[in-house]
Design a protein around this ligand. Structure first.
Ligand code: PAF
Length: 282
């Protein structure tokens, strides 16, 4: 197996990118913060099916973490990540450090609106989408991919980067990849490693509740009652709930019944100090 090319400076990235694009080869980018799991790998495989060349970026982006969040402890597993990307035949890994991404004097930040202000993640992490939009815009201009793949687990993020790519004419097609789950239904996330054994066994309640709520709605139950019961079930399992909401799957606007759809159910909740998010189609 051939190890992917690794670029750590803009100069080596641009050289590698020119090489990849020879003979008009299409290029797909999978932006990540490392700590790769099967969810990321499914995006890499989707990228491989859609494009001739696959680039994966690994950059733990400081601007999307608030001061009280887990930037310092975010899992960094470079060797294991590289082994996985080698096994997948990835062509190029873009692995800048913070100084390369945000050199001294850096003073520009994208302020996304629309889906970034839907009142979901933004209500609890107001800094988050500005940081994501800024770094993703930079990744797109640095790598110049034809397409980029993002997991549907971060559903609002997927909407924000799709909107931004269109609004700024970045020429990148944004593609969502289905959520990959553990056998018991827990959505894969780099943050799952934070869960204690007890928390890990309670964690699948989130997905179970989403499924139960969707089933009730499809059976004709009223939205308000189904969401209230779902919230109660999540609380009983030991979570502190941030939100359990039904939103229009395209616009993220609030809905009052399935007929306002397509509808997505979205949840975020804390188990101990770990914050988990998940969503499903209703
Ligand atoms: O979803 C993530 O891992 C990050 O938010 C992203 C898109 C790589 C930007 O840092």
């Amino acid at each position: 197996m051939t190890q992917p090319l690794i670029a750590r400076s803009l100069q080596s990235l641009h050289r590698a990118r020119t090489e990849l694009g020879r003979r008009n080869a299409t290029v797909a980018l999978v932006p990540t913060m490392g700590a790769l799991h099967d969810g990321h790998i499914s995006l890499v495989r989707l990228a491989r099916r859609r494009a001739k060349k696959v680039v994966v970026s690994i950059f733990v982006n400081p601007t999307q973490f608030a001061a009280h969040e887990d930037l310092g402890s975010y899992p960094r597993t470079w060797k294991a990540d590289l082994a996985k990307l080698t096994a997948e035949g990835v062509d190029l890994v873009w692995h800048p450090d913070a100084k390369t991404m945000y050199p001294d004097g850096f003073a520009t930040r994208i302020a996304p609106e629309g889906p970034a202000l839907a009142g979901l993640e933004d209500r609890f992490r107001p800094h988050f989408f500005g940081g994501v939009a800024t770094v993703v815009a930079k990744l797109f201009t640095q790598v110049r991919p034809d397409m980029a793949l993002f997991g549907e687990k971060d559903f609002q993020q997927l909407k924000v980067v799709s909107r931004m790519a269109r609004d700024l004419d970045l020429g990148v097609k944004v593609i969502g990849g289905a959520i990959v789950r553990e056998r018991d239904g827990l959505a894969m996330s780099s943050r799952n490693v934070y869960l204690s054994p007890e928390e890990r066994s309670a964690a699948p309640v989130l997905f179970r509740t989403l499924k139960d709520t969707a089933k009730r709605l499809r059976g004709g139950d009223r939205l308000k009652a189904a969401l209230a019961d779902g919230a109660e079930a999540i609380g009983r399992a030991g979570f502190v709930l941030d939100y359990l909401e039904a939103r229009h799957a395209d616009t993220l606007a609030p809905v009052s019944s399935l007929t306002d759809g397509p509808v997505r159910l979205l949840v975020a909740a804390k188990l101990g100090t770990t914050r988990l998010i998940d969503n499903i189609r209703a």
